[in-house]
Design a protein. Sequence first.
Length: 386
Amino acid sequence: LVERMRPFGTTIFTEMSALAVRTGSINLGQGFPDTDGPAEMLDAAARALREGANQYPPLPGIAALRQAVAAHEQRFWGLSRDPDSEIVVTAGATEAVAAAILALCEPGDEVVCFEPYYDSYAASISLAGAVRRPVTLRPGPGGRYGFDEDQLRAAFGPRTRLVLLNSPHNPTGKVFTRAELTLIADLCQEYGTYAVTDEVYEHLVFTDAAEPHVPLASLPGMRERTLRISSAGKTFSCTGWKVGWATGPASLVSAVMRVKQFLTFVNAGPLQPAVAVALGLPDDYFTGFRAALQARRDRLVTGLTEAGFDVQPSEGTYFVTADITRSGGTSGIEFCRALPERCGVVAVPTEVFYDDKAAGRHLIRFAFCKREEVIEEAARRLAKLK
Ligand code: PMP
Ligand code: GLN
């Protein structure tokens, strides 16, 4: 194995999902829903399979999906895209992020990202021979996660090639505010860097969030330097389909395509028409999905609080984080390894997503993208910790 991949062992999601299976625990670790997405989408996939959409789709993705992605960005975010040159379909957001970094970074270039970061970011940055410059998110007053402006400024320098921003943010549930995004946008412009945004949770911002979701690409001066990435997995409860996309100026999209053609070339032929159908669903699908997740978040947060955790507010995503200090824990990793034995529930330590381990040692993440009765049972089990 090459040197640069040696620090990356088995992902925490694989380890914790295996632990859940082995111990018969409720898996609130890895973030995947336990119900299927919209029937219209599933029917469209079944139809496409039967009707012969089983060969290579075109490299940028089928026209119907690119048109649907463009219409969706216009409808929800007011961003206009040319489906023929400003959109590429990818094997999930994961491939889009990897291809973007591989396409834009020379060895030694620096990538500013916020920690805790999604685990594939560090690996993709290393694969490109680039260097990550993390800015630390920490719970502030009221538990809301924030960052130190000086640390962000200091992370930028002459080797900064791009900022990799995930909002709504996994694992914290933070939704970056317009003021925070403006600061990031100003620094991108001052240093002449690109931005790559991972917005896979774009539709999961809860009604009590401080502010709505704002794509960084929609801020002044940012459209021309931002690649916006999203995926069907989270919005349509089909994480196993791995259908994602990147949108942005034609020069950035064609750079991603150049790399993508040698990673997977194309993907998900019969699933692409189905995701096109899903993206065109009426607004009430999106609001209904969000409301269902918000109710589950609320039930889980009540359970966690009653079990003795200090819970940080989750404004969006599938996730909520909790501080284990008051429940007698010091290491989230040890706490999560012991939790199935203690109460039959699996969570994920967020320390593994930090370079600054001390910042995340006492924090763990729970996923609430599960059926109501599953969350209810998890809450009952967690109550045993008291
Ligand atoms: N980015 C973030 C922040 C995620 O949480 C996930 C999925 N868990 C991904 C990317 C990966 O998305 P996909 O499955 O579409 O590759
Ligand atoms: N994105 C999912 C999570 O954060 C897991 C994806 C994976 O297993 N790689 O839980």
